[in-house]
Design a protein around this ligand. Structure first.
Ligand code: MN
Ligand code: MN
Length: 314
């Protein structure tokens, strides 16, 4: 039996039909799926501009233009994987700590069913509770973290849980293998001159934006792949890793970021890794007047889908 297919543009105009990722069938849970698209509509972990609670809805809306076959790489994800959109995690928008518990519980269920979660955010806080579920199943994972920010603050306004702290908590809790963490695209201004070096001391591989300005990212992806090897790996993609010229609709923009082709080259170069989950976070539709940020986010999620184990290449 053919796996689920996105609803085609000749079956229903693309401006109509369901608001699921790529207009895939909606499912009530992840049972029987290889890949579960899931939204985490949350912005109460954000420190500057809010609005990412509307991210999943906007990414789904822009994903309606995506067709099933990747013309750049030949990947045919829907020929090989059973995919559906299982809707959103019911976070508690009045309580971040409770929301974090709810997210882990939801991902425990997804992972128990055997599906691989592809997450639409939501602010970056959500990656911590996802990694808690992922590590229960896979042990400490390798991490590819693409972001303008390191997100390793000790506290934010006295809080241990916020969108600027997830990777310090993940390190402390042993959810990730620090030697196999790659932080890519970091830049901007810091609280101290040592902001990016502390994690280097833990073993993280930190690639600052200046090191990759105007470079194709295929070679970096090869280096990442060789270093991570067969270890299960989680990919977390913060849309603010891109330059605000390409992705202005985000909460904490930083100039001099990745171009859109670099963002795609990096993902395509990671094909072959043992990927166990992916997220795309920090899309803030109120600041995305053209919709380009959500469109880019939808495409980056699709590109991550295309490199998952089990996807045929034509
Ligand atoms: Mn982030
Ligand atoms: Mn960021």
């Amino acid at each position: 039996m053919m796996p689920n297919q996105p609803l085609g543009g000749n079956e229903m105009p693309r401006f109509g039909g369901p608001n699921t990722f790529m207009r895939l069938p909606a499912a009530k849970d992840a049972e029987g799926l290889d890949v579960a698209f899931v939204g985490v509509p949350m912005d109460i972990g954000a420190s500057w501009r809010s609005g990412t609670r509307f991210g999943p809805k906007a990414i789904r809306a822009e994903s309606a233009m995506l067709r099933p076959y990747n013309m750049g790489t030949g990947a045919a994800p829907f020929d090989g994987l059973q995919c559906a959109d299982i809707g959103d995690v019911a976070i508690n928008t009045f309580d971040l700590k409770d929301s974090v518990l709810r997210i882990t519980k939801a991902y425990d269920a997804i992972l128990t069913s055997g599906a691989l979660p592809m997450t639409m955010g939501g602010d970056h806080t959500l990656t911590l509770p996802i990694l808690r579920a992922i590590a229960k199943k896979h042990g400490p994972v390798a991490l590819v973290h693409v972001d303008a920010h390191a997100d390793i603050n000790e506290h934010m306004f006295g809080e241990a849980i916020a969108h600027g702290t997830p990777f310090r908590r993940a390190y402390e809790e042993g959810l990730i293998n620090p030697q196999k963490v790659w932080q890519i695209g970091l830049r901007g201004t810091g609280y101290t001159a040592e902001d990016f070096n502390e994690a280097r001391g833990w073993g993280f591989n930190v690639v600052q934006a200046e090191e990759i300005w105007q470079k194709p990212l295929g070679p970096l992806a090869e280096q990442v792949k060789a270093q991570i090897g067969e270890t299960p790996v989680y990919i977390t993609y913060d849309i603010d890793s891109l330059d605000p010229a390409y992705a202005p609709g985000t909460g904490t923009p930083e100039i001099c970021g990745l171009t859109t082709p670099q963002a795609v080259q990096l993902i395509r170069g990671l094909r072959g890794l043992n990927i166990v989950g992916c997220d795309l976070v920090e899309v803030s539709p109120p600041y995305d007047t053209s919709g380009n940020t959500a469109l880019t986010a939808a495409n980056l999620l699709y590109e991550m889908l295309c490199i998952l184990p089990g996807v045929p290449v034509r």
